[in-house]
Design a protein around this ligand. Structure first.
Ligand code: FEO
Length: 405
């Protein structure tokens, strides 16, 4: 029967059968201005195998793509590389429709799937390094714990040198194109960086270890098929290199200045600090929270050396938008940052002091003291902001020099 949605051939025996979420703009706190895809892949081996599924509302789209190449009831195996619901939301219904012989996940995946869906059928646990014969082809499983959930694993299709990498190497990007070489490089590089910063950053040390492990195993990887965004077939090495670089979080001369303002005073301080940073040789990036999202801030911090946060005091407290971004960043655990706190206040400098405490908790290496201005900054206070910015630029220069020597 003619199907409205078609599968897309990835390699000789692998097809993309996922779904495109053009309207997605919010993904658990992450602003996804370009939508997303939920990638699922069908391996046409002797044992027909489905790798991952899609978010629940997209089940019909995925099944239609599968039907464009085979009858879903012919699927023998389903592999769940990651149990988060954007990849398993429709798994219980798909299992019912397909009636697969076996469903596989990592040991932690088996537990997570049971705790999500309370299924009354067995999910088979596979171990790190275990192989699964599909008759004429072989799959190898790799546990990738905490990348980015405890259950996460990779599946490698030996004969096609293809790595199914679940969220790793993915991005939130809805396009009709399925491959890296069909998409503007500026767009994919930005979205891949944004995805790393907002999803994988807390686990950067695990990324480094995983890349070392893959390199020691000497697997040839011709294609990487992640669960979001394009399939990598031209820039495989490039994305591996980017991950290895991002995971190290080396300091740069970029200084991210994040702030909100009530009556313009903290905003004026931010502008003067930005000028001081520039005069001192840093690259300031000012991010007023009226026009930037928390995920934009996380993206900029990934390749920065300094984080300066400004908050006015509201009702003896930090400003709500600033508290929001600090809570988000604290969870992402950025490393190797110097920083500082600044802000205007009326009768209590509680806002800027709470920013200082939050940055201390985040283990940001704080420079000097919190910079506070009562009500409206005069030219002397603005000069002080410029000098403060310049002194942070000096520290950045020292740090970057140390990195390159
Ligand atoms: Fe795309 Fe962790 O889910």
């Amino acid at each position: 029967m003619q199907q409205p949605f078609k599968a897309v051939k990835v390699t000789d025996n692998v097809y993309w059968v996922g779904a495109i979420d053009w309207g997605l703009r919010y993904f658990h706190g992450y602003s996804t201005e370009r939508g997303s895809t939920y990638n699922a892949f069908l391996i046409l081996a002797d044992k027909i195998t489905l790798v991952d599924t899609v978010k629940a509302p997209f089940r019909a789209e995925m099944l239609s793509r599968i039907k464009s190449i085979t009858d879903p009831e012919k699927i023998d195996y389903i592999i769940s590389n990651h149990s988060e619901m954007d990849h398993t939301g429709c798994l219980p219904e798909v299992i019912e429709t397909v009636g697969p012989e076996r469903v596989f996940a990592s040991a932690m995946g088996v537990k997570a799937l049971s705790e999500h869906f309370h299924l009354d059928r067995e999910i088979v646990a596979v171990k790190d390094g275990e192989k699964l014969s599909l008759g004429n082809m072989v799959l190898t499983f790799f546990e990738t714990r905490m990348l980015h959930w405890p259950d996460s694993m990779f599946t490698y299709l030996v004969e096609e040198e293809l790595l199914f990498s679940q969220d790793a190497f993915g991005m939130h990007l809805a396009t009709s194109e399925r491959f890296d070489d069909e998409i503007d490089r500026g767009i994919w590089e930005y979205e891949a960086r944004k995805y790393f910063a907002n999803i994988l950053l807390p686990y950067a040390p695990q990324v480094t270890k995983l890349l070392e492990k893959l390199s020691k195993l000497r697997f040839s990887i011709k294609t990487i098929a992640p669960d979001h965004g394009p399939v990598w077939r031209r820039d495989v090495n490039k994305v591996l290199d980017l991950y290895s670089e991002w995971a190290l979080q080396r300091p740069t001369k970029k200084a991210v200045v994040v702030y909100d303002t009530m009556w313009g005073s903290t905003g004026r301080m931010a502008a003067a600090i930005g000028d001081g940073l520039k005069q001192g040789g840093a690259s300031p990036k000012l991010m007023p929270l009226r026009s930037c999202t928390r995920s934009d801030v996380a993206t900029e911090i990934l390749e920065a050396g300094a984080l300066l946060v400004g908050s006015p005091t509201l009702n003896n407290n930090i400003f709500p938008t600033v508290a929001d971004v600090l809570t988000y960043l604290k969870g992402l655990k950025p490393r190797n940052l110097i920083g500082g706190a600044f802000g205007s206040y009326g009768w209590s400098p509680a806002g800027v002091e709470q920013v200082w405490e939050a940055l201390t908790e985040m283990k940001v290496d704080l420079v000097g003291e919190p910079l506070k201005v009562k009500y409206v900054p005069d030219s002397g206070s603005l000069e002080q902001c410029v000098s403060w910015g310049a002194s942070i630029a000096e520290r950045l220069k020292e740090l970057c020099g140390r990195e390159t020597t």
